[in-house]
Design a binder for this molecule. Sequence first.
Ligand code: GLA
Ligand code: CA
Length: 788
Amino acid sequence: MKKLILLLLVCSHCLQGLCRQEMAPKSRSAVGSADFTLGEKEFLLNGKPFLIRAGEVHFPRIPRQYWDHRIKMLKAMGMNTVCIYLFWNLHEQEEGKFDFSGQRDVAAFVRLIQQNGMYCIVRPGPYACAEWDMGGLPWWLLKKKDLKVRSLQDTLFMQRSARYLMKVGQQLAPLQIQNGGPVIMVQVENEYGAFGSDAAYMEATRVNLRKAGFDKVQLMRCDWSSTFDKYETSPEVAVTLNFGAGSDVEKEFSKFKKMHPSAPLMCSEYWTGWFDNWGRPHETRSVESFIGSLKDMLDRRISFSLYMAHGGTTFGQWGGANSPPYSPMVTSYDYNAPIDEQGSPTDKFYAVRALMQNYLNPGEKIPAVPEPKPVITIPEFSFRQTSSLFDQLPPAHISDKIRTMEDLGQGWGRVMYRTRIDGSGVDRKLVVHDVHDWAAIFLNGRLIGKLDRRRNDHTITVPATPQVATLDILVEATGRVNFGEAIIDRKGITDSVMLEAGHEQQLLSRWQIYSFPVDYSFQADRKFVKRPASGPAWYKGSFRLSDTGDTFLDLSSWGKGMIWVNGYNIGRFWKIGPQQTVFVPGPWLKKGINEVLILDLEVPQKASIRGLAKPIIDKIVPDVSLLARKPGQLLELNGEQPISEGRFTEDKVWQEVLFKNEVKGRYFCFEALNSLLENDVTSSIAELQILGPGGKPVSTRKWKLIYADSEEVTSGNHAADRVYDLQESTYWQTESVSHKVTHPHQLVIDMGDLVPVTGMRYLPRTDKKKEGMIGNYRIYVKQEPFKF
Ligand code: GLA
Ligand code: CA
């Protein structure tokens, strides 16, 4: 019976397909003969219904030599379209100097898509997100002190972004489908509803795209089902939604269908997996949950783009960060996608390929899977030459005040602040505001402590020092925030450094500031000696190859820093994981001698590496300091009066609780008493907002999650701070493996300031699962800290 139904299903799809002739693009279709438009509930390609089956890849995350291979892999997965972002900051690294050559030759990439008989969706920004430094915005914008981005209010931003879009137009407007190219749609901005609601800004950006030469192509935009109605766009812009593996497709589109009853439906980012943050467990999404919702979309003729079909690698310094709380991205962008970082097919790939066979158009065939790229291993080799960072300082900037990296004209890398401090017979406190993003602090060359922005660190103890001493603060930037209001993210030390003894405070000044940029020429200039290093240093080593191939260099015995191979900046590494190896593509290696340079800000346990055939991207070094609950800590709520209590419903939408009266408080405690599911001992929350006057969410900028009774951080990344990471698809979950950690479950948030509170909003986990959905709850708000 099951088989019969399946057969019927397949046949009905073939029949549907018969009436819907979908054509592959010809490499040289006549100008004016092709078109792509919006029809009644369908996209129309040359007037005929067309279902977009897109896969997203980012050409800067794939070595150019592999571009063609990856496009062919997408086709072999059953896709008919390739979706791409452009990152403004990749093409305009220096203000006014544009580069679309070599690895940045987007037009060449789009032509390759066409040569492979596929269509293309282009997402030029100006803002992209994509776990990319500053979401694709150039860092030099930050030289302007009061910069606003993604807003009409900032003329510099508007002028510079318009100029960039003009340059993109010069590259890609000739490739619009109406001009004979493969580009069927161009996206305006990116998920603007998750950031703002300034319709005029979106309109100006739309006009800028049209002026840039995208005069005929269909425009689109993307948002979440909870934010797409925050602003309106011109009716010529198709509205699409983004959501992830395991989503309830019907629900995601329900509001949208009511508002746009005759619009074609598209999920323009169907998240196949998720990105990884340093120090947090590797993210995965199961094949079943991913395939389930994909099949739902195919059955409903909903167009889609798999984000990512193949993630690749965020080489160099391009990785971004999320905030709040600040969490930088790892170098690998494997994304648990169907095609892995090295370009090989995974189980997810084969599951998609098999599913697609049932939804092809008449005469359409999915091509054979391309051969994977060869992989090599490299025997262990040592780094005997070192160059101590302290031994060879670049010329210093002299400044009374602290200056940020941007202010010094430096885009990425490391910066060291040096000054002299008076002698003192007692320990003192060093208070740094703020470290962006990680610092090692030295007194007379000796390491005395580290500060980590992920933990909101500001203070270390400076041991007594009888004489005047040299203080060095070596700061590493680990990625600019790429999402949300924290995107204005300057690097180095952003404000001030104080030295405190008892009640006495001294603002430190008279700085010598040293820039250590990421450019290869700077690293290659170092003078090396043959002796082990005992502090931050460059290491030089080499290996010989008789055959090249892809490899994963194992850096698990190293500390924290950056690695260059044959002059290519491969990216950041950090011993805390989950990524322990870095991907080095075969075409960047050569027969004979290959040179490796490593900058380690710590001291490696063993100064050697080897090349592995398989990556290690899921080995985390457990860090209890990141857990919201200190060992043995227990929240004491006896004697506390809840400000509100009630029961949530099964609705997977934002649910609001309004207090009878406004209260003033700084500490907020949410307590879940039970779950809506029977026998479920867990609690989960996707997002939580605390409401202030007028029901407006209180800013999360100063929030610190000070307590969560339990967090599931082994089977997945469900840490408690996920309730305010602004990502609706990520969620806090209490321990969910042993079933021994039972209700009640509590979260305590320190909002940083005393604020008026009027209520809260709760978003349940947004996938189809019900585990952890909260039933009865209590809310407490206090001016003083809770007792533990
Ligand atoms: C959003 C953005 C993407 C990417 C994903 C998460 O959907 O539009 O650029 O950041 O989230 O990977
Ligand atoms: Ca979240």
